[in-house]
Ligand binder design. Structure first.
Ligand SMILES: C[S@@+](CC[C@H](N)C(=O)[O-])C[C@H]1O[C@@H](n2cnc3c(N)ncnc32)[C@H](O)[C@@H]1O
Length: 177
């Protein structure tokens, strides 16, 4: 999982341009590659990770073991109810995961709650077609077009939402609180 998503993650993180000193949350952190990359890109950054799967949390903790509970704080939980205080994060990322979030509009309200004013939310997806073949073979998956995701971000209250695309099917959607 980590390595197959690397090209999407590396491209998306260039767009986000992680800054020193940021406090970041990666939702659906999977095996922890995005957290690792974000910490590598900046010196004083602190990264939090959350994933609904205990197995993913264990992998992400292992991948970030040298910085665990120092610069990386990784726990089990759901995007539906984020266990963080209001206005904690400069950046929230969600890579290849929004397809699985139940009640996506409610989850987006949670994201906006935990972002600082001016903070940004970056959704990175590789499946950008709502009729994608993937949704018929992967349980519980809903594919959204980038335009649908932008619309949902706007409805949740994000501003300056932009869609970025890269071949073959990568999209990053970034909104600001
Ligand atoms: C396809 S994997 C992507 C993992 C990682 N972001 C990456 O790019 O390698 C999707 C991840 O989303 C997590 N996930 C699914 N539903 C979730 C939810 N409601 N809240 C948090 N994580 C969730 C899954 O457990 C899984 O680790």
């Amino acid at each position: 999982m980590n390595l197959t998503h690397a090209p999407l993650i590396n491209w998306g993180l260039k767009l986000v341009d992680v800054q020193n000193g940021w406090t970041i949350l990666d939702i659906g952190c999977g095996g922890g590659f995005t957290i690792r990359q974000m910490l590598k890109r900046s010196k004083d950054t602190t990264a939090y990770g959350i994933d609904i799967s205990a197995e993913s949390v264990a992998k992400a903790q292992k991948v970030n073991t040298d910085v665990l509970n120092k610069r990386a704080f990784i726990i089990q939980g759901s995007a539906e109810k984020l266990p963080y205080e209001d206005e904690k994060f400069d950046l929230v990322t969600a890579v290849e995961t929004v397809y699985f979030w139940p009640n996506l509009p409610g989850c987006l309200r949670e994201v906006i709650r935990v972002l600082k004013p001016g903070g940004r939310f970056a959704i990175m997806v590789e499946v950008v077609d709502s009729d994608s073949k993937w949704t018929s073979v992967v349980d519980g998956m809903t594919a959204y077009t980038p335009e649908q995701l932008k619309q949902m971000l706007d409805t949740a209250g994000f501003t300056h939402t932009e869609i970025y695309r890269k071949k073959p099917t990568y999209a990053t959607i970034i909104g600001e609180k």
